[in-house]
Ligand binder design. Structure first.
Ligand SMILES: [Fe+2]
Ligand SMILES: [Fe+2]
Length: 153
């Protein structure tokens, strides 16, 4: 028996209320202090947003939180991009492309909320904590390895 479902039949569609908030784990560390601190904060902002959506907060408040997330994400991406530039990171162009794509996705979400739509975050706009964690795993970790390798040369 699957312990996660306790033997009960899952509903056909997942209820966003029951989706877990992700806590930071050391396995997400890329071992660059500034980046790791920003990642922790980013995850906190995403989690706060999820809680806010689940609590069905006011649309204007939600938009305000989303704009805050977009601003911090921009700051964070530019931190990484400066490091890539300074250290001639060979994976820079694909990493930058991914940053642009994620920012576009977040901007679409702000636009949707501005138009009066209310996201579930797990279906309507496909935004979940995963985007942050997947990006860290696939793009930021290799950057961390590269930067640490250069530092130790
Ligand atoms: Fe990144
Ligand atoms: Fe990052």
């Amino acid at each position: 028996m699957d312990s996660a479902t306790n033997g009960k039949t899952l509903p056909e569609f997942e209820d966003p209320i029951n989706m877990p908030i992700v806590s930071w784990s050391d396995e997400y560390d890329v071992n660059i202090d500034k980046i790791d601190k920003q990642h922790r904060h980013l995850l906190q902002l995403v989690n706060d947003l999820h809680s806010a959506v689940e609590a069905r907060i006011d649309k204007d408040e939600l938009k305000h939180m989303l704009v805050g997330l977009v601003e911090f994400t921009r700051t964070h991406f530019s931190t990484e991009e400066q490091l890539m530039e300074q250290h001639d990171y060979p994976g820079k162009s694909s990493h930058l492309r991914e940053h642009r794509m994620l920012l576009r996705h977040l901007s679409d979400l702000v636009a949707a909320v501005s138009q009066g739509k209310y996201p579930t975050f797990y279906s309507d706009y496909d935004v979940s904590t995963d985007w942050a964690l997947l990006h860290i795993e696939e793009y930021d970790k290799p950057l961390g390895i590269y930067l640490n390798h250069k530092k130790n040369q």
